[in-house]
Design a protein around this ligand. Structure first.
Ligand SMILES: Cc1cc2nc3c(=O)[nH]c(=O)nc-3n(C[C@H](O)[C@H](O)[C@H](O)COP(=O)(O)OP(=O)(O)OC[C@H]3O[C@@H](n4cnc5c(N)ncnc54)[C@H](O)[C@@H]3O)c2cc1C
Length: 397
């Protein structure tokens, strides 16, 4: 790790509203404000989600309404080409794109191959435009959930299942190889704990194969899981002496209720913390561990949490990590926490946004998840709303 002390070009100030919303027109700002106010009403979100799913199923003409509102705020477009304008707007503010094909895959081989084709097309597009440095991959998009579950629970796979799992590995290998050749980065998303073990193994295999000089492949660690610090420590130990730069993306974790419900249903101890403060501590501890091993780790802090973001920024400054741009990445979701992303970028840090794309019907589950996540007044929604309100005032709207 470098010991020379440097100051970032400017100070990270998440309160700088002008920078935070620099790419938003007045109209977009008003739309965002309206949306976050609506999302603050849990009953409305619940009923709205159900009604929208049914309306689309029945072919009612609501696509236009969705496209002009929640879709426009959280998604880049129906195709990767359509997402180009959002990609370019972010690139102009030095915010990088993590291109995310948001469709929930069809659970069959044709569906998995379709996702593979889409991602491979995106890598080619990234190579041509030079504006998409990262792509994300969900392994349940290119492989069977059931096989991941069986593997984890020690069930023996029959020949057909073994062949199917091999095809999943081959698909991931094609993606990682193409990313390596195109000089872009692959974030492998983390999913439910009962599927994750096989996913970790695949991610580690790919890291060993492609991460010799830089982290082409990142695995994701959900820090709400009680075992992830131990996993991280063990991974560091196991990879000692290998020519590999580990790519570690840390998140808090998206499936807390599902995890708790399943543990209760099957009667095993909950794999996730019960108290938010424990998750927060575990997230920051993972930051410390990664910073300590920065000579063979690249870290991506994927979070909307301002305290964790400030913590990492302060550690970079305090420890004088001169090559932080090479080793440390910050990421948020498109349509959320612009005050972090744009101010991080403006202060000289690597900042990116997950930009989902896909048609309205297929991105609907993603949008409903965003709406549900933003219902709590105490959580992110309150923060988003107060920032948007302040910016509206600043612009005298
Ligand atoms: C760029 C990006 C990529 C992501 N990729 C993934 C991914 O691959 N896999 C994935 O699972 N998620 C992913 N997420 C979602 C992420 O896991 C979180 O759900 C989301 O970001 C909210 O957490 P936070 O750190 O932003 O903020 P906060 O609002 O500070 O934290 C909320 C989170 O804290 C945890 N939490 C809440 N209540 C409790 C409690 N009582 N006890 C313990 N923990 C609690 C939950 O994880 C909850 O989501 C991603 C998020 C971002 C920004």
């Amino acid at each position: 790790m470098s010991v020379t002390t440097i100051q970032p070009s400017t100070v990270f100030d998440p309160e700088d509203l002008k920078t935070a919303f620099s790419t938003k027109t007045d109209e977009e700002l008003k739309l965002a404000y309206f949306l976050f106010r609506m999302m603050g009403k849990p009953t409305l979100v619940k009923l709205g989600g159900i009604a929208t799913v049914w309306a689309l199923k029945l072919g009612l003409p609501i696509k236009g309404l969705i496209k002009g509102t929640i879709y426009r705020h959280f998604c880049g477009g129906e195709t990767a080409q359509q997402a180009q304008s959002a990609i370019r707007r972010m690139a102009n503010a030095k915010v990088y794109t993590v291109l995310d094909y948001a469709a929930e895959a069809k659970e069959d081989e044709a569906g998995f191959d379709h996702v593979l084709d889409e991602i491979m097309r995106n890598i080619r597009l990234a190579k041509i435009t030079g504006e998409i440095p990262y792509i994300s991959v969900k392994l349940t998009g290119i492989g069977s959930r059931e096989i991941f579950r069986k593997m984890q629970e020690g069930e023996v796979l029959n020949q057909e299942e073994q062949a199917a799992f091999q095809r999943t590995e081959n698909r991931l290998d094609l993606i990682c190889k193409a990313a390596f050749e195109a000089n872009i980065t692959v974030y492998i998303d983390a999913e439910e704990s009962w599927l994750q073990q096989g996913m970790d193994e695949l991610a580690e295999k790919m890291m060993l194969r492609y991460n010799e000089r830089r982290a082409v492949v990142f695995n994701t660690l959900q820090m709400y899981r009680t075992d992830r610090i131990a996993y991280l420590t063990d991974l560091l130990k196991r990879s000692e002496g290998y020519d590999v730069i580990l790519g570690i993306k840390i998140v808090r974790g998206a499936y807390i209720e599902k995890e708790q419900e399943r543990a209760a249903e099957y009667g095993y101890p909950s794999p996730v913390f019960h108290i938010k403060a424990d998750t927060d501590r575990s997230f920051d501890k993972a930051i410390d561990i990664c910073l300590h091993h920065l000579y063979r780790v690249e870290l991506c802090a994927a979070t909307h949490n301002e305290a964790s973001t400030r913590y990492l920024v302060n550690q970079i400054n305090r420890q004088g990590i001169a090559d932080h741009r090479k080793r440390i990445h910050f990421s948020q979701l498109y349509g959320m926490s612009d005050n972090l992303t744009y101010n991080l970028a403006s202060a000289g840090f690597n900042a990116s946004k997950y930009l989902p794309y896909g048609d309205v019907a297929t991105t609907l589950p993603y949008m409903i998840r965003r709406a549900e996540e933003n219902t709590s007044i105490a959580g992110q929604m309150g923060r988003e709303l107060s920032l948007l309100e302040a910016e509206m005032k600043r612009r005298k709207l």
